[in-house]
Design a protein around this ligand. Structure first.
Ligand code: FPP
Length: 247
């Protein structure tokens, strides 16, 4: 499959694509390398994915780069991931600018090392007027933690009479999530053959189409993203309705 045979059409693209980038460690092990080599190689897949998504006009791309649970990994691996993130942000700023991509981040960002946090803030500020695509990095992110925070913040507002319990609806919850400025996920992709959502965007992916591929993240190329997008275009999204109601 390639661009030329025109299988992918511009009309039915997902608005919001979210990716669980998995399999870096297994990829490295298969090559007889250290796990961190898998993460290093995975940054190339990030670049290719971002550029291809932007080229096709995907408006929102969200990447699961570091979960709340990932802090439990050996310190050298955590340090490497943080350094890779900082270097990639520095190096790819021109790519973001050239493609009109705005950088956004979700998660408990205050837990990031100071330098990584500062670099992230800098790139977010420098790209804030870009409007072709919003690239969101989920960093120190966990969906249950996000929901816990949202419930706490809503409870505080109820206590302070800013909102009433009867006034709480789904949009109230949405507005208190890290993703308050993002639409629902249309397509969630997970690499490496694992068939799980792993605490990623649980609320936002309620009606997402799921695409699982055995490809390990460092091997993920634009053809693989294209395959997922083509597959998405064949899905019938009913949102609880019948097929007949949709036509
Ligand atoms: C999962 O593979 C991947 C991660 C925990 C980190 C993803 C990070 C990158 C792709 C690199 C840096 C990111 C950016 C945004 C520049 P794993 O280690 O869980 O693999 P395994 O399941 O095979 O062990």
């Amino acid at each position: 499959m390639n661009d030329e045979n025109n299988i992918l059409t511009k009309e039915f693209l997902p608005n919001h694509v979210a990716i669980i980038m998995d399999g870096n460690g297994r990829w490295a092990k298969k090559q007889g390398l250290m796990r961190v080599a898998g993460h290093e190689s995975g940054t190339k897949s990030v670049k290719e994915t971002v550029e291809y998504a932007a080229k096709w006009g995907i408006k929102f791309l969200t990447l699961y780069a570091f979960s709340t649970e990932n802090w439990k990994r050996p310190k050298p691996e955590v340090d490497t991931l943080m350094n890779l993130l900082m270097n990639a942000l520095k190096k790819e700023l021109p790519t973001l600018q050239k493609n009109g991509i705005r950088l956004n981040a979700i998660g408990r960002l205050s837990q990031l090392p100071k330098k990584a946090y500062a670099q992230l803030q800098e790139v977010m500020t420098l790209t804030k007027s870009n409007s072709n695509m919003i690239l969101t990095l989920a960093l120190s992110y966990g969906a249950r933690e996000e929901l816990e925070q949202a419930v706490k913040n809503i409870a505080i507002k109820v206590k302070n009479n800013i909102i009433s319990p009867d006034g709480i609806d789904q949009s109230t919850i949405n507005n208190h999530l890290y993703t308050h400025n993002l639409p629902d996920v249309d397509l969630m992709i997970r690499t490496s053959g694992e068939l799980r959502i792993s605490n990623f965007l649980l609320w936002q992916a309620a009606y997402a189409e799921l695409f699982f591929t055995p490809v390990l993240w460092p091997d993920f190329r634009k053809e693989n993203l294209q395959e997922a997008l083509v597959d998405y275009q064949k899905r019938e999204r009913r949102f609880g309705k019948t097929s007949e109601q949709l036509t």
